[in-house]
Design a protein around this ligand. Structure first.
Ligand code: ZN
Length: 281
């Protein structure tokens, strides 16, 4: 199942058509795209049997962030071997965890305002939690996942390295620095949910150039491992997000660094999920 936010309304999309959930369910489920995760099991049971006859064509321009107001956002640093190396760090023994504040969430087509000339990209597979998780094992973890989506962990590298210790949270939380979407896809839709291609491309004057191309089968801490480890400390709530880390190829890793520029379009592609296209302004 593929779940979208169309003009602020929860929708199920398939074959280019969208079913408005509140209307199709006769008001049983709210139109609020964030609220559905609180009733995830009930929703999946309803959606599996729902009549898609009322689905209508939609425009990608109407897609918003599929989970617009997560209670918590976790992001994982240095979770791909080559990216840890390009960043000058040892392979971590424990996940490096920081947050992106929820006010940084943006949609798959939103413009991103660049606050400086040191803005960098990081494609990331993003996990959406569907069932509360505290002290669970990795074997149980996938049953706590609602689905997967595509995300960018946009960063201001100058802000990140400002001060005596890294400022990850602040540097990665400017408005629209966490674009996600275009849809949330349930794990059963993937041939192998532990092996998904993730890419960043940058379009400049109409021509696209690939800058990151990785696969989640290279993750140091896998999706179930991350959920289990995070849940040993804290409680994951329905609708929370985990940005699972980025592969090598970030602008900071180049010598000299190559950062994003106004007028370019940041393209984020995740196999089985779709594409984000964010203009940089
Ligand atoms: Zn990141």
């Amino acid at each position: 199942m593929r779940i979208a936010n169309l003009s602020g309304r929860l929708s199920i999309v398939a074959d280019g058509r969208a079913l408005d959930v509140e209307t199709a369910s006769g008001g049983e489920f709210s139109s609020d795209p964030q609220a559905v995760y609180e009733r995830w099991d009930e929703f999946v049971a309803w959606a599996t049997a729902a009549d898609a006859g009322a689905a209508v064509a939609y425009s990608d321009d109407d897609l918003g962030a599929p989970t617009p107001r997560p209670r918590q956002i976790f992001a994982i640093g240095l979770n791909y071997r080559e990216h840890a190396e390009e960043s000058g760090f040892a392979i971590p023994e424990h996940p490096v965890v920081f947050t992106k504040f929820p006010s940084s969430i943006g949609g798959p087509r939103v413009d991103i305002e660049l606050p400086s000339d040191t803005i960098d990209y990081e494609v990331e597979l993003v996990v959406v939690i569907g069932r509360e998780a505290h002290r669970i094992s990795a074997a149980e973890a996938w049953s706590h996942v609602a689905g997967l989506t595509a995300g960018q962990d946009v960063s201001d590298r100058a802000v990140q390295s400002r001060g005596p210790a890294p400022q990850f949270n602040l540097a990665k939380s400017f408005p629209n620095f966490s674009p996600i979407g275009p849809v949330v896809v349930t794990a059963d839709e993937f041939a192998d949910a532990d092996s998904i291609r993730v890419q960043t491309l940058v379009e400049t004057d109409g021509s696209e150039a690939g800058v990151q191309d990785g696969n989640t089968d290279d993750l140091i801490f896998t999706v179930p491992d991350l959920i289990s480890r995070l849940s040993q400390t804290l409680t994951l709530y329905p609708g929370d997000l985990i940005f699972t880390g980025t592969p090598s190829g970030v602008g900071l890793g180049k010598k000299p660094p190559v950062y994003l520029r106004r007028g370019q379009t940041l393209i984020t592609r995740i196999e089985g999920v779709g594409e984000l296209r964010n203009r940089l302004v």
